[in-house]
Design a binder for this molecule. Structure first.
Ligand code: AKG
Ligand code: FE2
Length: 297
């Protein structure tokens, strides 16, 4: 079984209705799907791959060698410990925001990632309009709900999952659902590792050149009143290959009030910043207690 692959360009032609239905199915049944022909130039994607690989090699790899997961995994192996898994991620990561300090001085990295983030933000908004339509909401509903002040929280997380000598003793990224709205992931063409949970089974999110993986977070679950459930996912550590993944998060602004678009007995109304406070303590746990905790605030 593989997650759905959808030709996004077909939204603009005779096959619009069919494509809308495919996206609705991806949202309702999977919470994860891949889009191709999404309009992001391949040339730009190639540059993104290049600058991220260079940044990793020159600036990140030396740091990863001295990082906590490497140290703790070494200690575990040396101690002959029988503890099965470390409660830690085998991941090198940094996140770009509109106003953050760049992790590197490379002008090419900055220019490329700035361009990429602008394109991805537009793609996220297009996808949100498709969700509006599929959910029977007014065009622009999700965008306005996320950012009444016009300032959504848009971050781009650049990750590498380096080769791991003991892939059974640590996870690349522990299982979780995403806190926010719509997530657009540009993952490695070759090295696999990302899996999503579907009907109790872990399914590989198959690497595919130039595709963008879409998944929905907890806030889309709330807005859609549970029609679009945020799916659990994780990244396995691998003995070989250095997996790249670039995840862009289109989230509500921290001050936005999030509530189901229709009356709901299941989902609460809350301020997104309060949700994030709870999420930061409970990311790797089920979401339901988070909804309960935030409704009590
Ligand atoms: O690296 C990946 O493929 C997934 C990343 C992810 O799930 C996350 O950052 O929330
Ligand atoms: Fe995630």
């Amino acid at each position: 079984m593989a997650i759905p692959v959808i030709d996004f360009s077909k939204l603009d032609g005779d096959e619009r209705a069919k494509t809308l239905a495919q996206i609705a199915n991806g949202c309702e049944e999977w919470g994860f799907f891949q889009i191709v022909n999404h309009g992001i130039p391949v040339e730009l994607l190639e540059r993104v791959k290049k600058v991220c690989a260079e940044c990793y090699k020159t600036e990140r790899e030396p740091l990863f060698k001295d990082s906590e997961p490497v140290k703790l995994l070494n200690e575990l192996v040396e101690s002959g410990g029988t503890e099965k898994k470390l409660d830690l991620d085998w991941e090198d990561v940094f996140t770009l925001y509109d106003d953050n300090e760049w992790p590197t001085n490379s002008a090419e990295f900055k220019q490329t990632m700035k361009e990429y983030r602008q394109e991805l933000k537009k793609l996220a908004e297009k996808m949100m309009e498709v969700m509006d339509e599929n959910l029977g909401l007014e065009k622009g509903y999700i965008k306005r709900a996320f950012a009444p002040d016009g300032q959504p929280f848009f971050g781009t997380k650049v990750s590498h999952y380096p080769p791991c000598p003991e892939p059974d003793r640590i996870t690349g990224l522990r299982a979780h659902t995403d806190a926010g709205g719509v997530i657009l992931l540009f993952q490695d063409d070759e090295v696999s590792g990302l899996q999503c949970l579907k009907d109790g089974e872990w399914i590989d999110v198959q690497p595919m050149s130039n595709a963008i993986v879409i998944n929905t977070g907890d806030q889309i679950e709330v807005l859609s009143n549970g029609k679009y459930k945020s799916a659990w996912h994780r990244v396995l550590a691998k003995r070989d290959g250095n997996r790249r993944s670039i995840a862009s998060f289109y989230n509500p602004s921290l001050s936005a009030t999030i509530a189901p678009a229709e009356d709901s007995e299941v989902y609460p109304k809350f301020v997104f910043g309060d949700y994030m406070t709870i999420y930061s303590q409970q990311k790797y746990q089920p979401k339901e207690p988070r909804f309960q905790a935030v409704s009590a605030m």
